[in-house]
Design a binder for this molecule. Structure first.
Ligand SMILES: Cc1cc2nc3c(=O)[nH]c(=O)nc-3n(C[C@H](O)[C@H](O)[C@H](O)COP(=O)(O)OP(=O)(O)OC[C@H]3O[C@@H](n4cnc5c(N)ncnc54)[C@H](O)[C@@H]3O)c2cc1C
Length: 509
């Protein structure tokens, strides 16, 4: 019998488990479907190597439908550290207005002044330790590449941005900042400072924390409307139960909804449709899927332009606002240092990304079988406001191809193909067909007050209508923030972990 079981050792789950277990009187179990590597020297290279994403060796193998009729792979980390253990390590916060918007929807405690202390607490910013909006002693080390460490394509991107009159931005996490500069990153040398590295490593010696890896949570155990533990399956296929006073679900925005549905918590008709008895009718489970639609400008490079597949994939970023938009920093352009295959022609990509999304997608749990993947439909660019701003961003990205010194490196534009037309309406067609995910799905178990029928958890992460169940991961975000989502997931873990530790009475602990 544990005090708390945390389901999923990802970005948020590691933080919650680490914060909860700071209280030596609480017995905590952290249950993870993937493997755990307690020693750095025994950790596989794909997890250590922050120069590129890990797509296969520690992945769930999901796919998704970004736009109508198109299927693609949707990577998600399956290992302690979760997606933070396989990601690009861009360490960006959303803009203050993102969190103010969450609070304005009835979520007390999530406005910018409320979340800033958690963002500061999670980081050790090596470049700006004295800024009043930065932390200097948290578990996640953050720095930025100095000019001398930028690979050719990245430094050319910053020079081109200057030619195009974008201001230089030394710190993309300055709440008022915008422009082009090196992105903040949670890596030290080549080491990816995942949530497992930053949070679990120091916590794992605690006698009150059990890390139970290679163990898949099949469903929650429910006694009427009260959650009493989890049913799990270990690597050998044995199914057993683990009991606790409280369960914290942190399996990520693509997996947490399915665990609820298989436990009888979700839209009644859909729960019954997969053959499970409905316990609480929660209409919002799987709805409100929010993400960053993106596309790509693929360039072939001149002979002699060096492309290093072993170097950092991204080092710089441009954050800016679409013309006429009321949403500040709603666009992002990223230079990707290499593309294609090492034995193919040298290529790189410049990627336009829409950071504020109006449209929403949906996630459907297709089966009561816990190993069945969810169906993920993003419906990108179906909202005209999203389409127009992504096209604006694509047009701005094409300007980089014509700006020196990038122009001097490029021999031809591969995508979009100029021979098929690159007028605005051609680009609209391309975005409608080919927009893909920035790999930042969230919102599928949205936080909001009880009066909002589509809200699944309250502003403390407690599941509406269910006792002793908290949800803490990307799924509770009401909307995607205008930034890559890892830091916001860590912040969610910090907020909910601290509440659990300091106000246990509010969670039945
Ligand atoms: C390839 C890639 C690149 C990315 N790049 C960046 C980036 O550069 N910067 C950035 O900010 N964000 C990036 N992201 C997004 C960011 O990493 C995620 O938003 C964040 O890690 C999500 O955190 P989470 O806690 O919600 O879920 P996750 O970190 O995905 O954690 C969920 C955990 O739960 C486990 N789990 C799931 N189901 C079960 C079950 N049934 N039983 C037990 N365990 C289970 C999973 O294995 C996983 O460990 C990237 C993501 C990917 C995949």
């Amino acid at each position: 019998m544990y005090d708390a079981i945390v389901v999923g050792a990802g970005s948020a789950g590691c933080v919650v488990a680490a914060r909860l277990s700071e209280n030596p009187n609480l017995r905590v179990a952290l249950v993870e479907a993937g493997p755990d590597y307690p020693q750095l020297d025994q950790t596989p290279f794909d997890l250590v190597n922050s120069h590129n994403n890990s797509y296969r060796d520690h992945d769930w193998g999901f796919s998704y439908e970004p736009t109508s009729g198109r299927e693609d792979r949707f990577p998600r980390g399956r290992v302690t550290g979760g997606s933070s253990a396989v990601n690009t390590t861009i360490a960006l916060r959303g803009v203050p207005e993102d969190y103010d918007e969450w609070a304005s929807l009835g979520n007390d405690g999530w406005a910018w002044p409320d979340v800033l202390p958690a963002f500061k607490r999670l980081e050790r910013d090596l470049d700006f330790p004295d800024a009043d909006y930065h932390g200097d002693s948290g578990p996640i080390t953050i720095r930025r590449y100095p000019e001398g460490e930028l690979v050719n394509a990245q430094s050319a991107f910053l020079s081109a941005a200057k030619k195009l009159d974008y201001p230089f931005c030394a710190d993309a996490n300055d709440p008022d900042g915008w422009g082009a500069g090196p992105h903040p990153m949670n890596k030290l040398g080549r080491l990816r400072v995942s949530a497992a590295v930053g949070y679990l490593a120091p916590a794992r010696i605690r006698p009150n924390l059990d890390i139970i890896a290679d163990t898949m949570v099949l469903r929650l155990l429910m006694d009427k409307r009260k959650c009493t533990g989890v049913e799990v399956r270990d690597l050998d296929g044995h199914v057993h139960q683990i009991n606790a006073k409280l369960v914290v679900l942190a399996a990520g925005s693509l997996m947490s909804p399915g665990i609820l549905m298989r436990s009888g918590l979700g839209p009644r008709r859909e729960v019954e449709g997969i053959g499970v008895e409905s316990i609480v009718d929660l209409m919002g489970v799987g709805e409100n899927l929010s993400d960053h639609p993106a596309t790509a400008v693929l360039c072939e490079l001149k002979d002699g332009v060096a492309v290093d597949f072993d170097g950092p994939i991204i080092q710089t970023i441009l954050r800016y606002t679409a013309e006429g938009s009321e949403k500040r920093n709603d666009l992002q352009i990223e230079q990707i240092s290499f593309a294609g295959r090492p034995d193919g022609p040298p290529q790189f990509v410049i990627a336009p990304v829409l950071e504020y999304q109006y449209g929403r997608g949906k996630l459907t749990t297709l089966s009561a079988d816990p190993s069945a993947a969810p169906r993920v439909e993003n419906k990108f660019c179906e909202d005209e406001r999203d389409l127009n701003r992504l096209v604006d961003c694509l047009i701005d990205t094409l300007a980089f191809v014509e700006a020196e010194p990038l122009k001097g490196m490029i021999s031809s534009l591969v995508f979009p193909d100029p021979s098929r037309g690159i007028e605005r309406q051609d680009l609209e067609t391309l975005c409608r067909r080919f927009a893909g995910s920035g790999y930042h799905p969230c919102g599928t178990l949205k936080m909001g007050p009880q009066e909002d029928e589509t809200a699944v958890v309250d502003s403390r992460g407690r599941c509406h209508g269910v006792e002793q169940l908290v949800i803490a991961d990307a799924s509770i975000m009401p909307s995607v923030p205008r930034a890559n989502t890892n830091l916001t997931c860590l912040m969610i873990g910090e907020k909910i972990g601290e509440w659990l530790r300091t106000e246990p009475q509010n969670f039945g602990l």
